[in-house]
Write a protein that binds this ligand. Structure first.
Ligand code: AMP
Ligand code: MG
Length: 305
C-alpha cells in the first residue's frame, strides 16, 4: 500500500482495545482479528450500527451476520439452546464454531443481524483481542469478514485496509490470523439433528440428512480475486500465477510440506498476492480433502466460480 490511510490502524494493545470499545459503543465500525479471519464488528443491538456493516461491505441484506459473544451464558440471552447445542458450545467454545439456533424474539438485537430469519448464528471466538473487546463492552458484536462483499477475506490488518480503507472507523492490528478460513457453521435443529452449513477449521460429525444448503451467504461466487482461477493444476501456463501445495511449488505456496492446517492459514494471503500479481490468471495446485482441506476446497471453488 502507498500513501496514508484514511482509516486509523492501531496496535491491539490495551489502549487500542479501549479506543475500539468507545467507537463500538457510539455505533461505529471496527475491524478486529479473530482466530479465523479479521471481522468487521458493530454492536449487534443497534439497527444503525448493523446497517453500517452492510453499507461498508456492500453486502446484500439477505445475508445474515454472525453474532459474537463472550460465552454460552451470553449466547443464551439471544437464542434457545437445545441439549445438543449446549454440548457443542461446551465442546468447542471459545473457538471457530458458529451455531445456528432458534432466535429469541425478545432478544433486543437488530433485525438486520438475522436478515429476518427465525434462527441466529452465534459464536464465541478464541482470539485474545476479540475476547478482550467482547469483555470491554456490554453488548454482543455482529461481525462478518472485514472485506468488500464477494472478495477475498482478510487474514491481516493490511488486507482489511486494502479493501475497506475510508469506509470503517478503525482497524485493530493483531497480526496474522492463525486458522485462516472462516468458522465452521452448523445448524442445530429442533429434533436434535446437526447439519453442516459451511465447512471450516473444525470438523463436526453431523447427523440428519444433508439437504440443500440454506445459509444465504453460501453464494456460489465468493472470495473472488478478480481474475480467472483454474483449480487442480499440476503446473502453471505462462500467463498464470501458480498457488502451490506440497510437491507443486508455486509463486506462493500454501504448504510445501503438504500440511492442510498451514495451507488454510496461508490461503487468503496467497489469493491476495495472486490478485495483486501482474499475471492475468491464477492456477491452484490440488489440495486434499482431509480435515480443513474440505474448507479450503470449498473456498477455492467459490473463488473460481
Ligand atoms: P460471514 O460473516 O461473511 O462469515 O458470513 C456469515 C455466514 O453465516 C453466511 O454464510 C451466512 O449466510 C451464515 N449465517 C448467518 N446467520 C445465519 C442463519 N441464521 N442461518 C443460516 N446461516 C446463517
Ligand atoms: Mg465473508
Amino acid at each position: 500500500m502507498s500513501g496514508k490511510n484514511v482509516t486509523d490502524m492501531v496496535l491491539a494493545d490495551a489502549a487500542g482495545i479501549a479506543r475500539a470499545a468507545r467507537i463500538l459503543e457510539s455505533g461505529g465500525l471496527v475491524a478486529v482479528p479473530t482466530e479465523t479471519v479479521y471481522g468487521l464488528a458493530a454492536r449487534a443491538d443497534s439497527a444503525e450500527a448493523v446497517a453500517k456493516i452492510y453499507a461498508a461491505k456492500g453486502r446484500p441484506d439477505f445475508n445474515p451476520l454472525i453474532v459474537h459473544v463472550r460465552d454460552a451464558v451470553q449466547a443464551k440471552r439471544y437464542a434457545d439452546f437445545s441439549p445438543e447445542a449446549i454440548a457443542l458450545a461446551e465442546a468447542h467454545w471459545p473457538g471457530p464454531l458458529t451455531l445456528v439456533v432458534p432466535r429469541r424474539a425478545e432478544a433486543g438485537l437488530a433485525q438486520a443481524v438475522t436478515a429476518g430469519l427465525p434462527t441466529i448464528a452465534l459464536r464465541a471466538p478464541a482470539h485474545p483481542v476479540m475476547r478482550a473487546l467482547l469483555a470491554a463492552v456490554d453488548f454482543p458484536l455482529a461481525a462478518p469478514s472485514a472485506n468488500r462483499s464477494g472478495f477475498i477475506s482478510p487474514t491481516s490488518a493490511a488486507h482489511v485496509l486494502a479493501s475497506l480503507d475510508g469506509r470503517i472507523d478503525l482497524v485493530l492490528d493483531g497480526g496474522i490470523t492463525t486458522a485462516g478460513v472462516e468458522s465452521t457453521i452448523v445448524a442445530v435443529r429442533a429434533d436434535g439433528s446437526i447439519e453442516e452449513l459451511r465447512p471450516g477449521p473444525l470438523q463436526i460429525g453431523t447427523r440428519g440428512n444433508a439437504k440443500q444448503i440454506e445459509a444465504p451467504g453460501q453464494l456460489a461466487s465468493h472470495y473472488a480475486p478478480g481474475k480467472p482461477v483454474r483449480l487442480n493444476a499440476d503446473r502453471a501456463e505462462a500467463d498464470e500465477f501458480l498457488i502451490g501445495f506440497g510437491t507443486v511449488g508455486g509463486d506462493c505456496t500454501l504448504s510445501a510440506s503438504g500440511d492442510v492446517t498451514e495451507a488454510a492459514a496461508r490461503l487468503y494471503a496467497c489469493l491476495h498476492e495472486a490478485a495483486r500479481a501482474p499475471k492475468p490468471r491464477i492456477a491452484v495446485a490440488p489440495v486434499p480433502e482431509d480435515g480443513v482441506g474440505r474448507a479450503i476446497n470449498d473456498r477455492l471453488k467459490r473463488a473460481a466460480a
